[in-house]
Design a protein around this ligand. Sequence first.
Ligand code: ADP
Ligand code: MG
Length: 438
Amino acid sequence: MNDFEDIWEIILNKIGEDTTQIMFDLYPKALKFEKYENDTVYLSIDKEFKKKVIDDKFRAPITQLFEDTLGFPVKLEIIVINPDLMEENQIDGIIAENTQQKLTARYTFENFITGSENNLAYNIALAASKQPGMKYNPVFIYGASGLGKTHLLFAAYNKIMENNPNAKVVITSYESYYNELLDCIKTKTQSEFHQKYRNLDALFIDDIQFIIRAGTQLQEDLFHTIDTMYQNRKQIFIVSDRPPKDMSTLEERLRSRFNNGIIQDILPPDKDTRIAIINKKAEQMDLRIPASVTEFIADKIQKNVRQLEGVVNKIEAIKTINNGVFPSSEKIREIINEVTNDNQPASVIIEKILERVSTDMEVPIEEIKSKKRDKKIKDARQISIYIIRQRTNMTLSEIGDIFGLSHSTVLHAIEQIEKEKEAKPSLKILLDNIVNDF
Ligand code: ADP
Ligand code: MG
């Protein structure tokens, strides 16, 4: 069965090479492989009118490609299936809205534990999102990895959207913003780009530190966007791993614009905050951790909230595997070592990526690695593939081996996610955030 699905994806790619993007998206891509039985390939589609076009224009080449690939003649049946009934099984649907909501829903002010180290950043972000453009502008928050910067950025974004559902807002990472700008320069559509950004009600940029690699012209471009928004009292929200003063190639005009707003750091949490974070996270998972263990973890992990969360997640996972038996202190020590060890071989990084996607998307790792095609599982699998590709030097075939997929299916997954990212800026920033963590 799966071999045929792989063959279908290869054929689909070939059809795509000879078809305009619009035609391709509307027709061949809307086809779903159903089954192969009695020398017949069954494909389904969601609309009668699409079937007519397929019969007319694509039936012959699809049949031919199947025959070329398989080496024997086949019949082709195209059936119309009501999309409401096949939702769960779509091959190429976009990442479900609720998948994405799940990813961002926990990044709220309510879920953010404050202590003396992050209190100011928290309050500035909150005040700015309650009165966008009026109080602190731009807001520039910086700090080391895993301290909640992206969390606060999303919390502010979520708050603004909650209060003004119609606001024109973009949330992005500098890397994605930069790529978008480059594309517009290539296709000479900068004026559309400027039109889009300079008319926003709020702009959120994560990981702006990458701007130090951009040349003067591209930095100036951002300056003009920020300046226009600032003059119009629109909120700008910037996150960085370092302050402007440590960005030596930052353009002077941007630097002074940032300096005129508010620049605030986030420091690693103190012990009380660390304990509160562990407790909160455990409580959310309905997990009871003895106070002595909480204290032990808080002593061992001092600089990174993500690692604190990682340990709690792992304890929960191991407890579940062991039928509810809480892991021994020896095991807890092991978990902490695993979570904090930075020099890992690729296999460990892959496991960590799968764990992260598994917790963020609430799909068990075994299912991500399985052949199941439920929408949610497939989303998680494609996202894992994408992140592994970004963060390791593995070839498509090597990545395919992890999941038992062909290299063309892996390529397809990566392209799929790249396309989704373009359509959904908030997905873009989530993925960039995860990628940057590994
Ligand atoms: P950064 O962007 O600074 O690298 P993130 O915002 O991605 O860090 O945070 C890493 C993880 O830790 C996220 O899952 C986030 O929800 C969590 N986190 C960080 N700080 C806090 C906090 N003060 N309270 C609750 N969760 C936090
Ligand atoms: Mg981040």
